[in-house]
Design a protein around this ligand. Sequence first.
Ligand SMILES: CC(C)(COP(=O)(O)OP(=O)(O)OC[C@H]1O[C@@H](n2cnc3c(N)ncnc32)[C@H](O)[C@@H]1OP(=O)(O)O)[C@@H](O)C(=O)NCCC(=O)NCCS
Length: 435
Amino acid sequence: MNNYVKFFRETSPYINMHRGKTFVLALPGESLYDDNFGHIIHDIALLNNLGIKIVLVHGAKPQVEEKLAQRKLRPQFSNNTRITDADTMSCVKEAVGSTTIAIEALLSMGMPNSPMQGSRLRVISGNFITAKPLGIRDGVDFHHTGEVRRIDRIGIKRQLDDDAVVILAPLGYSPTGEAFNLTCEDIATQAAITLEAEKLVCFCDEAGVSDSDGKLVRTIDMVDVHNWLDQIKQNVRLHDALNAGYDACLNGVSRSHLIAYGEDGALLQELFTREGSGTLLSHHGGETIRQATIDDVGGVLELITPLEESGVLVKRSRELLETEITRFHVVMHPEGMVIGCAALYPFPDTESGELACVVTHPDFHKRGLAARLLNALEQKARGELNLNQLFVLTTQTAHWFQEQGFSESSLKALPTEKAALYNLQRNSKILVKTL
Ligand SMILES: CC(C)(COP(=O)(O)OP(=O)(O)OC[C@H]1O[C@@H](n2cnc3c(N)ncnc32)[C@H](O)[C@@H]1OP(=O)(O)O)[C@@H](O)C(=O)NCCC(=O)NCCS
């Protein structure tokens, strides 16, 4: 029960942050065959209920393959792109039509005792995409394979403003009245860009990009994308998803995410928790460090309260924190959450300063964030405040500070007013660093 309450409280900043924003979700055709697909649909309904504007783009590759096999037609590709001749196009239309209908049906569920109870979702699909033919490339005629030419921004926005979930199938129509076979990634990227979406979320068969040790890479900076694209080029679907995310971010979308369609709750975990579940691609790379403002008080309190309760930090009231917040620097997660903080209290008479409340969130330990925070405060101490010595009082973290160049000292090293307040019972170690 307590965990539930804690979880619910912790999600509230994300709920506020995401409300009214547009998210484009790209679901490949494979995801429909996964046991987890029903959960994804429930989670999409939940996002819609929380006021997030959802555009759902789906693919239908395996469904098309099935239709081709039923008709004993051979799939044809050139450079990983399907060649859609007239017979293939008729399979595409059938496969795409039935896939869209299956998704619409699931989103229309309202069974009592299910997560869909009372959700009453409105789902819209239509001729929102204008396509053009790929044409003939390197002598290969792609026939009815096309690419996005235009997206009906006003039409889609109108539906989103009406709280509908907009479904975009991988088909588009040309002004000449023909239908074209498009990729899910192309539509998702162009839709996210045209709609100025906050996020593009691509569902993949893996949780995201992994490094050479098989460890999931949580965040990728835009400047590093090409290295990663190169490393994962064997996995075409993951590569295409990362590339789609990159294109979107390059053209104004704030963030792109890769998550696993086979993992129950991956979407909610990615959107509503600090650690996420997949790979996040963003402009600002990982975390940023800046001076705190009054708006950070809630985030700092959330971070330090567990440490105050366990006695690692001395308790501060919200009021005190509000008056002292400009003494703090914070580490911001790319999603806008406070994941680290540290304070610097100057004692100008002795040209020294006290470091306090150096904390990073346990999910983000050992990434050098605390060291970066310390570095930022040292620069401030030296430059802006003209101090030549820093000291810190700590009960459990002396070794960490020693590794950052501090050395053990005594009460005599403290400014008199600080020494007078020294809590003998707490018996903190005193460490000093000359700047
Ligand atoms: C201490 C703390 C700020 C370090 O955060 P961080 O972001 O993980 O720090 P960095 O990544 O820069 O450094 C990590 C290194 O410090 C080590 N370290 C962390 N806490 C330590 C401690 N109490 N004593 C000695 N070393 C410690 C880690 O083991 C790691 O080294 P390793 O990778 O060689 O094992 C973090 O553990 C924390 O928030 N602790 C609780 C709050 C606290 O005690 N604050 C200090 C009082 S003001």
